[in-house]
Design a protein around this ligand. Sequence first.
Ligand SMILES: [Zn+2]
Length: 150
Amino acid sequence: MTSLATLLPQVLPGAIGWAQEQELKALATGAALTPQGIADARALGVLAPEKIRVVIAPALPLPDDAWLRSVALGTGLLGPGFTGLTLGYAIFIVHGHLTRRLLTHECRHVHQYEIAGSIAAFLPAYLGQIATVGYDAAPFEVDARQHEIL
Ligand SMILES: [Zn+2]
């Protein structure tokens, strides 16, 4: 597996641009949360849950850029094992995996983006955590798991 820590400085600009594009597309095409979803999101700290859009798709989005895509897959950031992804106010969920637990996990990531202020501010911190301590131990992931509503 390629080391994400080594590649991170080169990856970040492209990753941020890609994430911003994906968010814009999803905000135009995704579905608003249900009233229950909005109540859950508010309960776990989201300031503007009405801005969230959910896209259910056969697979999570992957960068078109071959190099960026190979880094994402090669470092285990994105790939077959993942069923949810949050980019700003956009939540992507793989078809068949929409549960209250996964949705509240992803909504907590929206809260984390809100606290950071933007995708450009959040992603370096988030990917930096994953690069140093790994996905499972990354504090943003631990925090999201602790706020899942079962
Ligand atoms: Zn997560």
